[in-house]
Design a protein. Structure first.
Length: 110
């Protein structure tokens, strides 16, 4: 299981880091734009050319949104680590972050 990855031999990030990705989106015609995406890396999987990572962010009304990025994608323009976790992350996959919101909802209903 991979818990760290390198992008363009410059930026190294781990599971649990908060990253900001500027992702190039090509729309119809010749228009293209850059969409920023910032969130927590919850999973890194694969080896070599096929390595990918999953980033989870909080959207409007604290709804979690996940997106999978191939590490060697030509559409990723920049990748920057904005925040490291306070404590050492001891898991390879942070799937428990997915249930965090549903537990809070259950407490509010009671």
């Amino acid at each position: 299981m991979a818990i760290k990855a390198k992008w363009n031999d410059k930026v190294e990030f781990h599971v649990g880091d908060t990253v900001r990705i500027d992702y190039k989106i090509v729309e119809e015609g010749k228009k293209d734009r850059t969409q920023p995406y910032e969130g927590v890396v919850i999973k890194i999987r694969g080896k070599g050319e096929r390595k990918s990572f999953t980033v989870r962010k909080k959207a409007v009304d604290n709804i979690g949104v996940e997106r999978i990025f191939p590490l060697n994608s030509p559409w990723i323009q920049t990748l920057k680590v904005t925040k490291k976790p306070k404590n050492k992350v001891r898991r390879a996959k942070l799937n428990y972050l997915r249930q965090e919101r549903s537990k809070k909802r259950k407490k509010k209903k009671k």
